[in-house]
Design a protein around this ligand. Structure first.
Ligand SMILES: Cc1cc2nc3c(=O)[nH]c(=O)nc-3n(C[C@H](O)[C@H](O)[C@H](O)COP(=O)(O)OP(=O)(O)OC[C@H]3O[C@@H](n4cnc5c(N)ncnc54)[C@H](O)[C@@H]3O)c2cc1C
Length: 460
């Protein structure tokens, strides 16, 4: 009986806490966080642990952003076909330990244990391409990168921005030919960057940095449980009523130096949220930020972002041999980097007969077109005799669009101080930002950035 009452009291307290202290059903918090992917979830856990009250608003029905874990309904085997690996860094281990997520350092030889085939992105026929040994090229690249250590921490750029960082990467490797042999390796890690040879070298340096070079040699950190979604599943349970899933901000009635007041659409109706500070972690595209009543200064900055498309899928009935892996390589492009839009890679997974197929584009593509192209590629593999034609057609067991993916601006905007303007918004109108557009598409590096450059202000 006493236990019953305690439980009822406890749940009542949780409910009261979740509703905050206002009579009118308003959630009142120190910090409201929008977006429960890698950065938003990390910030929520860290702020709560440091004694701040928070509410985390996520538009999907689960946290995790680009993390896609598929579980086979028959065998329960899981496959990560979104985020796969993390950096071997103490703060990553600490975060996973906090969430009771087990981890290990993967065997670095795992990457080289598979011998991939190289296929034409259009015809799906083998191309006469053998990737060069990237070792010396990676050393030369690391040497170049070492001139800009702050770029690996955030968009902390020298003034003026060095010409090399603004050069399209294709021109950079012409200027520094000793780097060229590493290009295919760099670009295969840079999936989602769109036409990587045309991207300013700054974005390539941020995407493929010192941590990746080290972890390729010594091993990435990976989770060892039921896939990477476990991180977000455990965080969801830890944060409890402080997470509003399937919810979006639809209106902002206040956002000034005194705090913010938002209207959030939740599955059970509209909910007011009042917070002293707001942390935005969603891709800061104008259409995504519209309900936050941007002013001219903010719209002008965020309106400059352009973005790529990146799509992930799991396909069965392919007829491909087990453990088959193929990268696309164009026969007639600089360093054989595949032309996009198109397939990046086809890889076998831990689920028998299920293949991971990734697709990229310099600009977004409708999902129906991406799906049609992926299935058409599998049929070409069958027609070319690389895969066996099965009685059943290839079909998706999972598919996710990650667009808008890489948010970038053209080189002249970088040169003209875009990132100074962007970072000058930190704290403006009681609003702070983190997430890939503010640093790079890398969970571990974003956790580092959030810890060092964003949380201190939110904790002050
Ligand atoms: C296929 C793929 C593989 C990757 N592999 C790796 C890897 O192995 N290792 C690695 O470190 N990184 C990897 N990345 C990159 C990594 O996923 C990103 O760096 C990281 O997720 C970015 O975190 P974020 O917080 O900026 O954004 P996200 O994780 O995308 O989080 C943004 C969140 O905001 C939500 N949201 C969007 N709009 C709204 C809105 N209006 N209101 C409320 N919520 C909203 C989204 O649903 C999402 O949950 C990969 C990415 C992809 C796509």
């Amino acid at each position: 009986m006493v236990r019953h009452i305690r439980r009822a009291l406890a749940s009542g307290l949780v409910l009261l806490a979740s509703l905050g202290s206002c009579d009118d059903n308003t959630i009142v918090r120190d910090v409201a966080i929008i977006g429960g992917g890698a950065s938003g979830t990390f910030a929520a856990v860290k702020l709560r642990d440091a004694g701040k009250s928070i509410v985390l608003i996520e538009k999907e029905v689960i946290l995790g952003g680009h993390t896609n874990t598929y579980q086979d309904p028959v065998t329960n085997q899981t496959v990560d076909y979104g985020v796969e690996v993390y950096h071997n860094q103490q703060f990553v281990k600490d975060f996973f330990d906090r969430l009771n997520v087990s981890w290990t350092i993967a065997d670095p030889n795992f990457i080289t244990s598979v011998t991939p085939q190289f296929l034409d992105p259009k015809t799906a026929k083998p191309v006469n391409y053998t990737p060069p040994d990237p070792t010396a090229g990676l050393q030369a690249y690391a040497q170049q990168l070492s001139q800009y250590p702050d770029v690996e921490l955030g968009f902390f750029l020298p003034d003026p921005v060095p010409e090399d960082l603004l050069l399209p990467f294709g021109q950079f490797i012409e200027k520094y030919p000793d780097v060229a042999n590493a290009t295919f390796t760099i670009c295969s890690y840079g999936q989602g960057l769109g036409d990587e040879l045309k991207q300013p070298t700054l974005y390539v340096f941020k995407n493929f940095g010192t941590d990746i070079i080290r972890d390729i040699a010594t091993g990435f950190l990976v989770t060892t449980g039921q896939g990477n979604y476990e991180i977000y599943d455990h965080a969801t349970k830890l944060l409890g009523h402080d997470v509003l899933l399937d919810s979006t901000v639809v209106n902002t009635t206040q956002r000034d130096n005194k705090g913010v007041e938002l209207t959030v659409q939740t599955p059970t109706g509209y909910q007011k949220v009042k917070a002293k500070k707001l942390l935005i972690t969603i891709p800061p595209k104008l259409d995504n930020l519209r309900p936050l009543s941007l002013n001219h200064r903010e719209s002008d900055i965020f309106g400059k972002f352009i973005h790529t498309g990146y799509y992930t899928s799991l396909v069965n009935n392919t007829g491909l041999p087990p453990n088959y892996t193929a990268y696309t390589a164009s026969p007639d492009t600089q360093q054989n980097i595949p032309k996009l839009p198109g397939i990046y890679v086809v890889t076998g997974t831990a689920i028998d007969g299920v293949f991971d197929i990734k697709y990229g584009s310099p600009s977004p593509v409708p999902d129906e077109d991406v799906k049609r192209e992926i299935l058409s590629y599998v049929r070409k593999l069958q027609a070319n005799g690389i895969a066996e034609k099965l009685p059943d057609d290839p079909q998706f067991v999972a598919y996710n669009s990650h667009a808008p993916f890489e948010l970038t601006v053209p080189a002249d905007q970088i040169e003209n101080g875009f990132y100074d303007d962007l970072y000058s918004l930190q704290g403006y109108r009681s609003t702070w930002y983190t997430g890939a557009a503010f640093h790079t598409q890398d969970s571990s590096m974003l956790w580092n950035f959030t810890s060092n450059y964003v949380l201190p202000d939110l904790l002050a």
